[in-house]
Design a protein. Structure first.
Length: 375
């Protein structure tokens, strides 16, 4: 076939328009074939750009933008439906720059960008596949600036940036390119946009980092470098982008920080710099940029804050928690989307989907919770 100048020009223009599609980055999104198979899940983790989930056979699945090769697939392709990554995975944590997993033998593996040595694998160049970094781990947390792991002896280890002096032996300009022990007797760690919550084995809550909106709950809005103790009697922690949520040992929910959209659930839109009691009978927490989710002891899912399809119902923003679903056992949220796992282990997603982050098989956002299917 001989192509004339008009035909070549027309095709070129069409290709250029396609490459400028909103939300695209790297290679073209993989959206065909469409997901059709039902699946059951044990765990889900999400960030603004990516979501990773573990099914009932301990297989890891991933979807999303995948810039920096965060999904551990050995490439930087964009995916709009969940694709299989690897087997024998028991938990996962993900941000836009890194992901971390614990395998069934309790070893820790990581994937993502290592431009500054922040992955904790030294100065090696990341090839987009998971790299082993530790053994004997009980918990992991992939933060925007740091990777964290808690070992079986309850020591907390970290890699990455030192902007808030979590590494006492380094300057704030330094990056730790290997994992270093930074604390002992640690039960849990949670990373927000630029602040950290740490729960110790005695139930005490410790915090550090940015505090412009009062997200540390210290009673001030002053930045905190290095961890300081805030309170006792805590059993669950969740650092959201600019606010913080905790569950105390009596199952009461407390919140502090940014509240412009009612994300603290306290009935007003005023920021708080001390933890305020919100609700009773709460068992699990999640939150996006400006909204919060909680599961109550009866399995009901409740939400408050910014509501642009973010928690599966239509209507205005909510400054008090409202019920949005029943029979829920697990939740994850970030920026402007949410995912939940129900009693039957099916996974459902709602909200923004610009990067394929909710695995719906396209870049179309979902206004209500919709069941996730696999290829």
């Amino acid at each position: 076939m001989i192509w004339n100048f008009f035909q070549i020009t027309t095709v070129s223009l069409l290709l250029m328009l396609h490459s400028c599609k909103k939300g695209s980055s790297g290679e073209s999104p993989i959206a065909d074939p469409q997901p059709t198979l039902d699946a059951t899940f044990l765990h889900v983790a999400t960030s603004e750009l990516n979501t990773m989930a573990i099914d009932n056979k301990n297989v890891l699945w991933s979807t999303g933008d995948n810039r920096g090769a965060v999904l551990g697939l050995g490439n930087k392709n964009k995916y709009t439906a969940f694709v299989r990554v690897l087997d024998q995975v028991k938990t996962v944590s993900v941000t836009d720059s890194r992901s971390m997993i614990i395998k069934s033998d309790n070893s820790v593996w990581t994937s993502g960008s290592n431009s500054f040595g922040e992955l904790g694998i030294g100065n090696s160049t990341s090839n987009g596949n998971f790299v082993k970094i530790a053994d004997a781990a009980e918990q992991i947390e992939a933060g925007p600036e740091n990777g964290f792991l808690i070992k079986s002896d309850h020591t907390l280890w970290a890699s990455g940036f030192n902007h808030y002096q979590i590494f006492s032996t380094l300057s704030t300009a330094d990056v730790s390119d290997t994992f270093q022990k930074i604390a002992e007797n640690v039960q849990a760690i949670s990373a927000g946009q630029a602040h950290l919550l740490m729960l110790k084995t005695d139930g005490s809550l410790w915090v550090c980092g940015q505090n412009v909106d009062g997200q540390l709950g210290t009673g001030t809005n002053v930045e905190q470098r290095g961890f300081i103790k805030v309170m006792d009697g805590v059993k669950t922690i969740k650092a959201c982008s600019y606010h913080s949520l905790i569950i105390k040992t009596d199952n009461s929910l407390w919140a502090t920080g940014h509240n412009e959209y009612g994300e603290l659930g306290i009935g007003n839109n005023i920021n708080q710099n001390r933890f305020v009691k919100v609700a009773e009978g709460v068992t699990a927490l999640a939150g996006g940029r400006f909204f919060s989710l909680s599961i109550k002891m009866d399995g009901t899912l409740w939400a408050c804050g910014y509501n642009n399809q973010t928690f599966g119902i239509t209507g205005p923003d909510q400054n008090e928690f409202i019920k949005v679903a029943d029979n829920v056992t697990g939740i994850a949220a970030s920026e402007y989307h949410s995912l939940m796992i129900k009693n039957d282990r099916t996974m459902w997603s709602t909200g923004s989907n610009t990067y394929g982050e909710i695995g719906a098989g396209s870049e179309r956002s979902l206004p209500t919770f919709t069941k996730v299917k696999l290829l």
